[in-house]
Design a protein around this ligand. Structure first.
Ligand SMILES: [Ca+2]
Ligand SMILES: [Ca+2]
Length: 481
């Protein structure tokens, strides 16, 4: 085509592009939201300093752009209730959804969920991967939902075996591109690269570092086994933990098996490797955001759904109310609100995410929402803040975290109190010291007034196909002690 013929087309194309640019960035356009959920990521991220071996350069660079919360606590230390609470604004003690297997859909109306608020406000709401437990997503609460499927993952021949009992780990011969999380990020990158005629809410749920700790071998190679340090722990740590707490620790379960196997350090290596993989996926997302036309008008919030023990208090996994199980990363970058390198030590729990997102985007916070917006802390991380964080695991078992203290009270009345000013690893339970009675009474005010009965496991409908698996753990019932 001769140049002379091209010129009018070029002019037309330029006109189209500039019109699109104008339409894309009107002054009053609401910000987009990039909502990153990371499954089973405890506080082993570099910038929090809890584990100096961990390698999370991408989560750390996100934190350096905004505010990281160093005292962020989950609403429940298990996938399903943590996520159901965060996404609905309703605590486990309100819904009775305390554990995996207790289906949330019958007790959480569509009108109440976070994504419904954004749809109603005119957003396109995209989801991929694991946002709710089991990647559940209901029609009418998302514009589009993408679930990447696994397949083709192969174990590296150097893997000794597949772990110890229920603690599953082994390097993979496959590359990053075979991982379902990689494909979830691919979906998100396409959404970030595209032009949108509405503001968007993009939820990306990474399923690692949840077990099995199977990630490409290069991530294991980042953490040579002979350099691995066990996390700080005391062999006698449970001696001052009351019976209800010892039952949660379950020392004769995973921990006994790991110690007997001699593979504790291998498990630590595998968790670190899996975190490094998840961090690399976060890096891909951030690179995609930075290259996108939405870079300067997108709120980013990153959260882990709960913590993880790797032998501290002779406990493994989540399913407990101590710092290792309750604390998780929470990072916010909010254009026009946060400043770089913000670090907030105020206690917040993940019930804050829903109302904060509403607050930041001009959406009315629905009256059922139990959390509080932390927008004041995003603007000023050392602003005064007198609300503690609350974590619940099964009915009537709660942990309250203030800036200095953790107070746990179990259904049977057993108690633990830890002074983080002197004891960051919660080794010394001072609950029985009379001089702390006033502290306990003050913290106890944060326990919920309502403690709903446990929801039945399953949704009550007859099952097709295989019967449900039995509970992996005994129920936590009040003891007579
Ligand atoms: Ca989880
Ligand atoms: Ca102890």
């Amino acid at each position: 085509m001769p140049i002379a013929t091209l010129r009018p087309w070029l002019a037309f194309a330029v006109l189209l592009l500039s019109t699109a640019a104008l339409a894309d960035e009107p002054a009053a356009r609401k910000p987009n939201v990039l909502f990153i959920a990371i499954d089973d990521l405890n506080h082993w991220v570099g910038h929090l300093g809890r584990n100096p071996q961990t390698r999370t350069p991408n989560i750390d660079r996100l934190a350096a752009r905004g505010v990281t919360f160093a005292n962020a606590q989950c609403a429940a230390p298990v996938c399903n209730p943590s996520r159901a609470a965060l996404m609905s604004g309703l605590r486990p003690s309100t819904t009775g959804v305390y554990d995996n297997g207790q289906v949330w859909q019958p007790v959480i109306a569509k009108e109440k969920t976070l994504t419904t608020q954004f749809l109603n406000a005119g957003y396109d709401v995209f989801g991929t991967g694991k946002i709710y437990h089991g990647s559940a997503h209901r029609d009418g609460e998302w514009t589009e939902y993408h679930v990447p499927r696994g397949g083709g993952l192969r174990r590296d021949p150097s893997a000794k075996n597949d772990g110890v009992g229920g603690i599953k780990f082994a390097p993979l011969a496959s590359g990053d591109g075979a991982m379902p999380d990689y494909r979830a990020v691919d979906y998100a990158l396409a959404k970030l690269a595209a032009a949108h005629d509405k503001p968007f809410f993009l939820a990306v749920g990474l399923t690692k570092p949840h077990m099995p700790w199977n990630v490409p071998k290069k991530y294991f190679d980042m953490f040579p086994l002979d350099k691995i340090e066990l996390p700080p722990h005391r062999d006698d740590d449970l001696a001052d933990v009351p019976p209800a707490g010892v039952r949660m620790a379950n020392p004769r379960g995973d921990h006994a098996a790991i110690v007997a196997s001699g593979r504790w350090k291998e498990a630590v290596q595998a968790y670190l490797a899996t975190i490094a993989f998840a961090d690399a996926m976060v890096g891909r997302l951030l690179d995609g955001l930075d290259k996108s036309p939405h870079r300067d008008n997108t709120i980013v919030v990153l959260w882990g759904d709960h913590g993880w023990h790797l032998g501290e208090k002779e406990h493994w996994r989540k399913f407990a109310l101590w710092e290792e199980a309750a604390r998780a990363p929470l990072v916010w970058v909010v254009p026009g609100v946060t400043k770089p390198d913000g670090a907030c030590s105020r206690p917040v729990d993940f019930m804050s995410i829903y109302p904060t997102l509403c607050d930041l985007t001009g959406i009315a916070i629905p009256p059922h929402v139990e959390g509080t917006s932390i927008k004041p802390l995003l603007a000023d991380p050392i602003a005064k803040w007198d609300r503690p964080a609350l974590t619940t695991f099964h009915k009537d078992n709660h942990s309250v975290r203030s800036e200095r203290w953790r107070y746990i009270r179990y259904a049977n009345g057993d108690e633990e109190l830890y002074d983080h000013a002197a004891d960051p690893h919660e080794w010394t339970n001072v609950a029985s010291d009379p001089k702390h009675a006033a502290i306990k009474a003050e913290l106890a005010k944060a326990f919920p007034a309502v403690n709903a009965e446990e929801r039945p496991r399953g949704d009550g409908r007859p099952r097709r196909g295989r019967p449900q698996r039995p509970r992996a753990r005994p129920p936590l019932e009040p003891s007579a002690s």
